[in-house]
Design a protein around this ligand. Structure first.
Ligand SMILES: [Zn+2]
Length: 264
């Protein structure tokens, strides 16, 4: 998906941390000036991002496709890919988008920043696992299926090794990228455990785990370049939120089967 938005000023600390100023009143957003109010103050830092052709460091616009390098443009129309210390050009785009969306920052509306609104939504993995989990849940509820000792051990191992999901530190500037990376690593670790048991578990649990692991395979291929921000309850990127919910639903059924507490 493609992003495109105007800024007032972009700074960096020379060590991979970006700052972003967007001076506008929300009500003025989208007026003839593109909603960006010019700052009168002179450049305050050598580390402001500026145009390599005309040295403009105000009113730069940011564009790019998620997962690809950022493109910056000044009002003269010069356009370049920023090479900043401590950041790949892809991280520059991701971090600027996150900063612009941040409720503690400019809180720019998503629909203003997205250049293409009709691209397909993330594939809903929680829907992909639902039929298998619903069937298993009903069987457990109706006492048609009670975990064997072997199944109970496999489920307990999956749940024990899952532990707790990383804590989400909202509101800290620049923390989103690290948080997303931690959640993604947790997701990948747990999918790996699930896939391992899907190969070795027998009987009904083996079939359930195989079906869920297959349905969740797209989640195993996710990278940071797929984790585009969007509105979710968890404030995690929609693709990651969906994958974690799908995995969480698998864990709920495994918990029910392993504990015998099936009246959830
Ligand atoms: Zn320029």
């Amino acid at each position: 998906m493609t992003w495109n938005f105007a800024t007032s000023r972009i700074g960096h600390d020379g060590a991979g941390t970006l700052t972003l100023e967007v001076c506008h009143h929300r009500a003025d957003y989208g007026n003839t000036f593109g909603g960006v109010f010019w700052l009168n103050s002179p450049p305050t830092s050598d580390l402001d991002v500026f145009c390599p052709a005309c040295t403009a460091d105000r009113g730069l616009s940011v564009s790019g496709t998620w997962g690809a390098p950022a493109r910056l443009a000044c009002v003269c129309g010069h356009s370049w890919t920023p090479r900043l210390p401590g950041l790949t050009p892809e991280q520059v785009l991701r971090n600027l988008v996150r900063l612009a969306l941040s409720p503690q920052g400019p809180a720019m509306p998503l629909w203003r920043m997205r250049a293409d609104h009709d691209t397909e939504p993330p594939s809903p993995l929680h829907q992909a696992v639902r039929p298998y989990l619903a069937e298993a849940g009903h069987a457990l509820n109706r006492r048609e299926w009670a975990f064997t000792e072997h199944e109970g051990r496999a489920a307990a191992d999956i749940l024990t090794r899952a532990g707790r999901m990383p804590h989400r530190r909202t509101g800290e500037p620049g923390a989103e990228e690290a948080d997303d990376a931690a959640h993604l690593a947790w997701l990948h670790d747990n999918l790996h455990v699930l896939e391992g048991h899907a190969l070795t578990a027998q009987g009904r649990l083996g079939t359930l785990l195989s079906n869920c692991a297959t349905a969740l395979r797209p989640a195993a291929a996710l990278t940071m370049d797929d984790l585009e921000p969007g509105p979710t309850w968890s404030s995690l990127p929609p693709v990651l939120d969906d994958a974690l919910r799908a995995l969480g639903a698998v864990h709920v059924v495994l918990t029910a089967g392993a504990t015998g507490d099936v009246d959830y």
